[in-house]
Ligand binder design. Structure first.
Ligand code: PLP
Length: 339
């Protein structure tokens, strides 16, 4: 199958499987797993933070950050299109017990004025603003130049509000912008990133920040049921994800650009070139060309997996297990189905 649904579908490499088999393990809740410890040390170093904690998923990492930064009843400022708001099952209300305050982020980032306006002043009626969340790369497909956050960082600092970055694809952002990932992470107090997406590890994400924050987060991870035991078997491929899989992300980005330009040639298909910075192609395919249900079904018959549209937009995601030849096959099928 050619799988364009997400980069979460990537399979571990042979080297990852070997590393899993040979991983030295211990009980990580006791701090005894050398492979987890190595991953956490390496991840913190690469992202430019003092410490990090290994978590089962990106959603877990984001929600752990929200829980650790805030108290119940706080308000969290974040983008309307953000993953934490759109795609995490309302967890912030359930786990941290916070209220979300939405700000426009169609350009991939929130404007300084909007964030300024959303920060609560002291008033007996108001909740307290406990956290600002930013996202890079944004899940709308944009890699955001870090300087776009400069003013928000200053504003947050002045108001003593921490910033959490949902950096599920922060390495895609760094590769796309051709900057060191530290220069992106530098704009936030805590950063979550996924090892299990384009980097190919089977499981796991990292939450990084300063020592004190990570110590608190480690205890909250236990509270949330995320204290793992011989987790070295999943940390081992995570190490390889960071060491061996970052540079090749450019290939996925190049493939996504190639796919975007080919889709553009199909009459009626509207490609969002303004949101084609990483490994994702967003486009609309009008019902008159082909209905959603039929497209998904016919693709599957041809050995291709795609998701249905969300808000009328399709998202096709390139990844290490999809070659440029696979994309040609995909294009041939799309042209056949829409002619
Ligand atoms: C995938 C993703 C997450 C969550 O990761 P899971 O491991 O699927 O829980 C969070 N934020 C963004 C922007 C993502 O794309």
């Amino acid at each position: 199958m050619i799988d364009l649904r997400s980069d979460t579908v990537t399979k571990p490499t042979d080297r990852m499987r070997t590393a899993m088999e040979n991983a030295i393990v211990g009980d990580d809740v006791y701090g005894d797993d050398p492979t987890v410890n190595e991953l956490e040390r390496l991840a913190a170093k690469i992202i430019g933070k003092e410490a990090s904690v290994f978590v089962p998923s990106g959603t877990f990492g984001n929600q752990l950050a929200v829980l650790t930064h805030t108290k119940r009843g706080d308000e969290v400022i974040l983008g309307r299109g953000s993953h934490i708001f759109q795609h995490e099952v309302g967890a912030a209300a359930v786990i941290a017990g916070v209220q979300l305050r939405l700000v426009d982020d169609e350009k991939g980032y929130m404007s300084l004025d909007d964030v300024k306006e959303a920060i609560r002043s002291e008033n007996i009626h108001f909740p307290e603003t406990g956290l600002i969340c930013i996202e890079n790369a944004h899940s709308n497909g944009m890699a955001v130049s870090p300087d776009k956050y400069e003013e928000i960082r200053k504003l947050a600092k002045k108001n003593k509000i921490p910033i959490h970055m949902d950096g599920a694809r922060v390495f895609n952002a760094a590769v796309s912008l051709n900057v060191n990932v530290k220069d992106i992470a530098n704009y936030a107090d805590s950063v979550m990133f996924c090892l299990s997406k384009g980097l190919g590890a089977p499981i796991g994400s990292i939450l990084a920040g300063d020592r004190e924050f990570v110590k608190k987060a480690r205890k909250n991870r236990k509270l949330m049921g995320g204290g793992m035991r011989q987790a070295g078997v999943i940390a081992a491929p995570g190490i390889l994800a960071l060491v061996e899989m970052v540079d090749r992300l450019k290939e996925d980005h190049d493939n996504a650009k190639m796919l975007a330009s080919k889709l553009d040639e199909v009459k009626g298909i509207d490609v969002r070139h303004d949101r084609n910075d990483i490994n994702m192609v967003y486009c609309t395919i009008p019902k008159e060309l082909i209905k959603e249900e039929k497209l998904v079904k016919e693709m599957k018959k041809n050995g291709i997996l795609i998701n249905g549209a969300e808000n009328e937009e399709y998202r096709f995601v390139t990844n290490k297990d999809v070659s440029s030849e696979d994309l040609e096959i995909f294009m041939n099928v799309i042209m056949e189905l829409t002619k």
